[in-house]
Design a protein around this ligand. Structure first.
Ligand code: SF4
Length: 449
């Protein structure tokens, strides 16, 4: 295998092997991934899975609206410029909550509710209160941890009282970069003072765990740009930082066609930026979490990483231990031990199904025992950088793992496959070796760094 001219060159900490990063790989927020979803999964499957959902479960509520649409965004979201469209959607969401209440067994206890999107603050603060009221009245909420994704550009002062009064304690701000020239390049202009003011508002609202989403690999981005954004995020006191590599895939996300791709950093520059983030945030006192998250040691996510309780689900790395995550809203995904099911993505069709009191499940995948075993290996590699392999799997994977082992990126300790610290940027690539669905087309996935 040709490792390229700079193969093995060290980034000061991580050795760079471009041949091992050349294949696009999934982010593995589920296994099987969404690429394996088919239309064979429907409402009856969701009903059957819900019937077994006893004990602690989590909810995800999707609000697919934003006041402005960012050019890079791959989320299922649209403009929130029509009041009636928002009202209709919230009405449908209320109906879906009612249907969920009918199908959840009496032993279910909802311990977490995450509001995401889109931007949940695209709806009016008063509507958000009504939504939380509906959840509280209709569903078995048991003192849940409430979290919310927010757009700092539209975080008006009313949100302070609303978040405080409903008891939201965790929030995530879409920051991406503080550099004005990069904000212009990706169609998301938000001055520093918007983010600082939003942060202040959220702290005053009682948010104790605040995440910033940041990106590297942006068009025209330099390492200095990234270092300054990281330093500003640390100075503003983010408890968690998710540092994502921008994936430019306009063939899958047409709105990315607005971004000038001529100045995108190459793979080696991206690799160096990922390393820079890892080093700089480590020096600032953040604990690495998984392969692209960082958290202050007192934060629950860092504690989960340090104690081996870190998990991965559709929301990314999480300390949530629940095996059932129920998604509400258009395109929302539910995860059960034996099933992954997705709601209708199109908001119009989603509303139409609910107007007939039908659960809007419109696709997904069943998880076989083998899928679950492989999923546990992939989750272990991404969350803890190690996984137990049975003798048969170990033997079957030896050849595929050899290029990683020979370069000191992975090693075996008895029956445990371990990703060494030098191998961290290759974690997704190593995980993908265990994905039997991934051995052909990988076109729809993103760069491994
Ligand atoms: S605010 Fe967030 S969800 Fe909305 S378009 Fe921008 S990146 Fe996407």
């Amino acid at each position: 295998m040709n490792a390229g001219s700079s193969a093995g060159k060290s980034d000061g900490m991580w050795p760079y092997h471009p041949d091992l990063l050349s294949r696009p790989v999934p982010r593995y927020t589920s296994f099987p991934t969404a690429a394996e979803f088919t239309a064979s999964i429907g409402a009856a499957d969701q009903v059957a899975a819900l019937a077994g959902a006893t004990g602690d479960i989590s909810l995800y509520v999707h609000i697919p609206f934003c006041e402005q649409i960012c050019w890079y965004c791959g989320c299922n979201t649209g403009r929130s410029n029509k009041v009636q469209r928002l009202a209709n959607y919230l009405d449908s969401l209320g109906r879906e909550i009612g249907l969920l209440a009918q199908h959840l067994p009496s032993g279910a206890r909802i311990r977490r509710v995450a509001f995401g999107g889109g931007s949940p603050n695209a709806i009016a603060p008063f509507d958000f209160v009504r939504l939380v009221d509906t959840l509280t009245v209709r569903l078995p909420l048991h003192d849940p941890v409430l979290s919310i994704e927010l757009d700092p550009r539209n975080l008006g002062p009313d949100w302070k009282a609303v978040l405080r009064c409903v008891g939201v304690t965790r929030a995530s701000l879409g920051v991406q970069t503080f550099a004005p020239h990069l904000q212009a390049a990706i169609g998301r202009v938000q001055p520093d003072h918007d983010i600082a003011r939003g942060t202040e508002l959220l702290r005053a609202a009682g948010i104790t765990s605040l995440n910033y989403d940041l990106m590297y690999g942006l068009p025209g981005q330099t390492e200095t740009d990234l270092a300054e954004t990281l330093a500003r995020s640390v100075a503003l006191g983010a408890d968690r930082i998710a540092l994502f590599g921008y994936a430019h895939v306009p063939h899958l996300i047409p709105r990315q066609g607005q971004i000038d791709a001529s100045d995108l950093p190459g793979q080696e520059a991206r690799f160096r930026m990922a390393g820079l983030g890892y080093r700089q945030l480590g020096e600032a006192g953040y604990q690495p979490v998984g392969f692209d998250h960082f958290a202050l040691p007192g934060d629950a996510l860092a504690q989960a990483a340090m104690s081996g309780r870190l998990r991965r689900n559709f929301q990314g790395f999480t300390e949530d231990q629940a095996d059932v995550l129920v998604g509400l809203g258009a395109s929302a995904i539910s995860q059960f031990p034996g099933l992954i099911a997705q709601n209708e993505k199109n908001a119009g069709r989603y509303r139409m199904l609910l107007s007939q009191d039908l659960l809007p499940t419109s696709g997904g995948v069943r998880r076989s025992a083998r899928d679950r075993a492989l999923g546990a290996i992939i989750e272990g590699l991404l969350c803890h950088h190690e996984a137990e392999l049975d003798a048969e799997t170990m033997a079957a994977m030896l050849t595929a793992l050899t290029p990683f082992g020979e370069r000191g990126l992975v090693e075996t300790r008895g029956s445990t496959l371990v990703i060494r610290p030098e191998g961290l940027p290759y974690a997704r690539t190593v995980a993908a070796l265990f994905d039997p669905y991934r051995q052909h087309s990988a076109r729809r996935f993103s760069s491994a760094v």
